[in-house]
Design a protein around this ligand. Sequence first.
Ligand SMILES: Nc1ncnc2c1ncn2[C@@H]1O[C@H](COP(=O)(O)OP(=O)(O)O)[C@@H](O)[C@H]1O
Ligand SMILES: [Mg+2]
Length: 338
Amino acid sequence: MSTPSGSRDWPRVQLHVVTGKGGTGKSTVAAALALGLASQGQCVLLCEVEGRQGIARMFDVDPLPYDETRIATGLVHDGEQPGSVHALNIDPEAALLEYLAMYYKLGRAGRALDRFGVIEFATTIAPGVRDVLLTGKVFEAVRRNSRNKGARQYDAVVLDAPPTGRITQFLNVSEQVAGLARMGPIKSQADTMMTLFRSPRTAVHLVTICEEMPVQETTDGIAELRAARLPVGGVIINQLRPRDLPPEQLAAARAGTLDRTVIAKDLTRVGVDADDELLDGLLAEAADHAERRALESTQHRLLSDLDTPTYELPRLPGGVDLGALYELAATLKEQGLA
Ligand SMILES: Nc1ncnc2c1ncn2[C@@H]1O[C@H](COP(=O)(O)OP(=O)(O)O)[C@@H](O)[C@H]1O
Ligand SMILES: [Mg+2]
């Protein structure tokens, strides 16, 4: 199958796993990456596994069922065929029922098991089983076979994955099932999944913001992934503050030595009545901004020292709506992640 031009830096990757410390923008980046790839003409499946309906909220569509649903179209470029983003909210119970139907033709019988609470039992009793059902579905979407008749073939799958602290265990399916099965079909299926997750067709990207804790978590996460021989992708530095002030002004803002009279004059010139209260407020904000920028620079250096490509996204003052997602997607495309 010939793939429409995909990611510049990750052309062989079919499964983009996006992890990160909670709240840093994992879901936002996963969505922007999916849109970016769709803007290259790819047909993309964006999956979520934590049952939060974050994708529906970001794309402003109804809550997603357990069914692949087309939610967006890539931006069209001159003459190029636009790709599309489909989304899937994977829940472990539905994945187990589907698995039973696909492999054991347990269509209706599976639903009967569900009535007796067997499915819930299987998925709540053993957290490892829960994870394997989720990763199993992701694997199925990447490696479609004839058991799932008529299902769409994707150029790429983007997974809005569990946070950094859990990602290695989540993807380490062989280990997850080790206690359950030493041989037989479950073991061999887990090993087949592991082969994909460890191959160059998978990349685990890490989202962070330029603050101490998430940067530390990113560093630790990369070490853990490497120790488990899982392929580390890029580091996406999200929510960067604007860099519109020269270093001397930042230093002055931090030291509290910015010239009040100059600022007051500038404000008057643009028609703002500059009283003392307003000036105090502005100077305090400037000091805070400069302080955070300094902290950001320190963390930024630590991230540049990691042996992985980095990508940068600005902090959008208006938050992230669908238009903003397209904007972030374009930025990721320019930088070569998408
Ligand atoms: N680049 C950005 N600029 C502005 N707001 C952002 C940006 N990235 C994420 N956000 C906002 O930060 C919050 C957390 O983002 P989200 O993607 O849900 O994080 P996670 O999935 O890691 O918990 C959301 O409200 C989101 O809109
Ligand atoms: Mg999220």
